[in-house]
Design a protein. Structure first.
Length: 252
């Protein structure tokens, strides 16, 4: 209990009006930090991909993949240039969630019999990340990726090794890209070992494991965040009861 209070108290709270005034004055233009410029580029490329998605699979795939690959560079740029920012972190997460969700929306129309599954995956992705970020903030963490092993060993392995994080995120996106390309690519690879499978289907088979694990992590993330939020609720309710009891004693 005391540890929770200490961690939450360690964060400096800035009044919303003061924050707006500081952003307006802009003694230092955070909007133009290099990592954030990379983030804007990702958004533009994602928009280009979505525009071409229904009629030009090559351009759409290239734009989508480049947008996803740039996700690996904004964090490095932020640390190298000392330009880490809360705005950049949220921009990065929102771009990830929206880009993937838009592709899943297209897949829902491309594979109508699996539309419910794709809608569930969108819901799981958004809810798990939102609840995880919110639970991280209210427990005093400055970054949603800073997960301790005593909270969740699975999330600790996932977030604290950048190579593992990149591997599973990239594998998950490539799986969805493969499903998209399967609607267009029906030409066999020509490799005897692969039989009549086209390259898109081969890619889907190769990345399916990463997709599965990534969504298991989303489920774990959602469950752990829910437990943290309930724990915070219980701690606050206990504190309210203590304060109410203390007020009664003072009145007596």
């Amino acid at each position: 209990m005391s540890t929770t209070r200490h961690r939450r108290a360690s964060l400096e709270v800035v009044d919303a009006k003061v924050a707006v005034d500081l952003a307006t004055a802009q003694s230092e233009n955070v909007f133009l930090f290099v990592p954030n410029l990379i983030g804007y580029t990702r958004v533009i490329l994602a928009a280009v991909s979505l525009h071409f998605m229904s009629f030009h699979p090559k351009l759409s795939t290239i734009a989508y993949c480049v947008s996803c690959l740039l996700d690996a560079f904004d964090g490095h740029a932020a640390r190298a240039l000392n330009q880490t920012s809360k705005f950049g972190a949220v921009l990065d997460m929102v771009t990830d969630r929206c880009t993937t969700s838009c592709l899943l929306c297209y897949l829902s129309s491309a594979y109508p019999s699996y539309a419910t599954l794709f809608q569930f995956l969108i819901t799981l992705d958004f809810s798990s990340h939102y609840m995880h970020m919110y639970s991280s903030l209210i427990t005093g963490s400055r970054n949603h990726k800073l997960v301790k092993s005593d909270v969740s060993r699975i999330l600790w392995y996932y977030y604290n090794d950048s190579k593992i994080l990149f591997l599973f995120c990239a594998g998950n996106e490539l799986f969805y890209v493969a499903l998209y390309l399967m609607k267009w690519d029906h030409t066999p690879t020509g490799i005897a070992l692969l039989g009549s499978l086209p390259w898109a289907q081969v890619l889907a088979l190769a990345t399916g494991f990463f997709w599965f694990v990534k969504n298991v992590v989303n489920v774990v993330q959602l469950w752990k965040a829910s437990k943290i939020l309930v724990g915070v609720d219980l701690a606050e309710r206990a504190k309210q009861r203590e304060e109410a009891e203390l007020r009664k004693r003072v009145k007596q």
